[in-house]
Design a protein around this ligand. Sequence first.
Ligand code: AMP
Ligand code: ZN
Length: 501
Amino acid sequence: MIRLYNTKTRTKVDFETLERGKVGMYVCGPTVYNYIHIGNARTFISFDVIRRYLMWRGFDVTFVQNVTDVDDKIIGKSLEEGRSAAEVAAEYTEAFIEDMRAAGVLDPDIRPKATEEIPAMIELIQELIDGGHAYDADGDVYFNVRSFPAYGELSGRNVDEMESGHRELRADGKGVEDRKRDPLDFALWKAAKPGEPAWESPWGMGRPGWHIECSAMSRKYLGLPFDIHGGGADLVFPHHENERAQSEAACGCTFANYWMHGGMLQINSEKMSKSLGNFKLLRDVLKVTDPKVLRFLMLQTHYRSPLDFSDERLAEAGAALCRIENAVKNLDWQLQNAQDIPSPLDTRELMKRTKEAKLAFILAMDDDFNTCKALGEVFDFVAAVNAQTADRTISLSDVPPVRDARGVIVELMGVFGIDVEAASASCAAGGYPPEVVGLAADIAGYEGADAAEAVDALLAARADARAAKDWSRADAVRDGLCGLGFVIEDTPQGARVTYEG
Ligand code: AMP
Ligand code: ZN
């Protein structure tokens, strides 16, 4: 049974879908006025992993993610750049899709754009007006917060305390919005200002408020209620509180059964912000980082905890991922070079571990998608498989259990959207660190810059040295590689290098 933390109840609860075997999931998308940053990416990757896991567990998942392509920030950017808001939004929508694919995030099943869903929003706003939950004020339409008694429940806020906070603001003369009947009320529709994008509506030309779009689109594409509503923790209030108020006030039913929120990404333990100068765009990070390594780093922290991003953590994640990739590569070599010899393995133990590894992974992920623990289980399994198989030529009869073990490593990492069959860039050239190039230059006279070639040159130099009985040179190769964590194994098929850590 999957259990997940529901923001609304602030408890971990059993996950029971509305329809057997099916999950409807809505995750708020970006406001497209800039390239997305790695904080956005963290939230989107977290929900991508949650979605992939649910699919792997056999659920038929419908994943909806909107694109907010009309908003004050987009309009601001269009004025700055002297082009239309639609052009700004189109450019960054495309960039967002590109960036998400580059990060290995699956496309949503449905990706509605706010500007293409205005009729659904107008319909919902009209229902709210008809039901006494909203009012037209000179072409603006506001949601009447006091008409929805459960307001504040999702974010754990007390409406009366919020009201007094607003009053203090009012005493300062700040935050006064005259058209509202109550300072807590929020805009569903904004009357058009000159030069801004605007659509016709029963209340005159205008544009939708931000919150209403998600209420309208989730209802249209998933129906109410649906199973999971997600986003970053910064969306709990006011965005999700307002979405819920609008949706539940209109339908008189539950909006989303489970509310899931991801923790914020920080840089070197500081908030990421333009003013601190530590702002990182996803596309800039991906220019120098393999997306698998970025995903790996993110998985090492539970999705609800704050995530600390730093170059050191990225390097560590790269090295850790490389260990798994190397293990798979070693197993491939062993499978290809199996001999007709008695089995050197305890295959019964290997089969048992393979089964247990999958179960342990499921247990970890079923517990509120504990990717960090699940990764630990994969590592333990890799270590167990290595302990059995490393430095050995396996027998033909070992092939099926070794192939199964390899398959489980690949499958489990695949649930995270990480393909360990192909070496990641940081594990490039077979996982050899760049230092091997210098080593090969010193010992083997290698002049290139490719780590895999350098290792080949080292092995060739060692073979020559041994043929010439130049033991000290042969040992220098072995010791040099050993210093970098690698061992040379002499097999009937020739020498090969494996990582020992
Ligand atoms: P926005 O375009 O600002 O609405 O953000 C899109 C998504 O990214 C939302 O789900 C936000 O909660 C999330 N988000 C924004 N900043 C961060 C951050 N620093 N860490 C994690 N998620 C974030
Ligand atoms: Zn939303």
